[in-house]
Design a binder for this molecule. Structure first.
Ligand code: HEC
Ligand code: HEC
Length: 223
């Protein structure tokens, strides 16, 4: 318990730093437009609009579900790819071509696609091993008791996300000094580094079975 509390304290300090960054990003005063975002999403649906679509880098895994994700998080993630804080080459290339307005519009559009899907308040019970790992990392203290109610809108919903993607994402927070792989994030780096890859798999497997708000909305081209 004491160990958990000190983990929470350490991560909250990091979280405060992160929020300051998130607020300055919002201060650019860009408001997203759902319809504009729908048109711009044409360049996204080839991957994010196809159920079960897989990406082969850095290993084969399903692309993340982003429909129903928090708008502020989508926008924060796109800015992180553009800035290079997130290294995934495909998404860096795509985000690099987007303006702040494009990102705000896309975030508004993808967040709006979650309408009508609300995760159960209480997540399904985790097995003993997964429960201990989730407790150790204090995941619910930031991502919400059901993993779909983050304490800050710029934090992601992770409940029900694809297990193979969650595993790749968790690993990426521990990678440093690689131009192609990795995410620099003060909050999640400290958390992810506490776990072995086997433990990350266990956590990812459990989170993917939790009732969530994320989905893939298949779309035909718009014109
Ligand atoms: C060629 C396939 C492809 C296309 C096209 C694509 N993405 Fe992605 N996207 C990915 C992959 C793969 C990832 C996971 C990258 C990683 O590991 O960080 C990703 C990650 C993301 C994330 C982060 C999700 C999360 O949970 O952190 C967002 C947001 C996103 N994409 C939005 C978009 C938007 C908006 C577009 C269109 C403008 C787009 N993507 C186009 C493959 C694609
Ligand atoms: C102190 C707050 C905090 C705690 C505790 C925390 N997270 Fe996070 N988590 C975040 C933030 C903030 C992000 C977004 C980081 C970024 O922008 O890349 C994030 C991102 C993630 C992502 C990437 C999601 C995606 O769609 O790419 C995963 C997976 C994740 N967290 C899992 C966990 C797990 C599992 C635990 C517990 C073992 C945990 N987190 C504990 C704040 C937290």
């Amino acid at each position: 318990m004491i160990q958990t509390l000190s983990t929470i304290a350490r991560t909250l300090v990091a979280a405060a730093t992160f929020s300051a960054v998130a607020i300055s990003a919002q201060a650019q005063g860009v408001t997203g437009d759902v319809q504009a975002g729908q048109k711009k999403a044409e360049m996204c649906i080839g991957c994010h609009g196809i159920p079960g679509y897989q990406n082969a880098f850095p290993e084969i895994h399903k692309v993340p579900m982003i429909s129903g994700q928090s708008g502020a998080y989508i926008s924060a993630a796109l800015h992180a790819y553009k800035k290079g804080d997130r290294k995934h080459p495909t998404m860096r290339g795509i985000a690099g071509s987007l303006s702040d307005q494009d990102m705000a519009d896309l975030a508004a559009f993808y967040a709006s696609q979650g309408a009508g899907k609300t995760a159960a308040e209480t997540p399904r019970t985790a097995g003993t091993a997964a429960a201990a790992l989730i407790e150790k990392g204090a995941c619910a203290s930031c991502h919400g008791a059901n993993f779909s109610k983050p304490i800050d809108p710029s934090y992601p919903k992770i409940g029900g996300q694809h297990a193979d993607y969650l595993f790749v994402a968790l690993k990426s927070y521990t990678v440093e000094g690689n131009n192609m792989i990795g995410r620099s994030n003060g909050v999640m780096a400290g958390i992810a580094k506490q776990f072995t890859h086997a433990e990350m798999r266990e956590i990812a497997k459990y989170l993917s079975t939790v009732d969530g708000e994320l989905k893939v909305v298949p779309q035909s081209r718009f014109r």
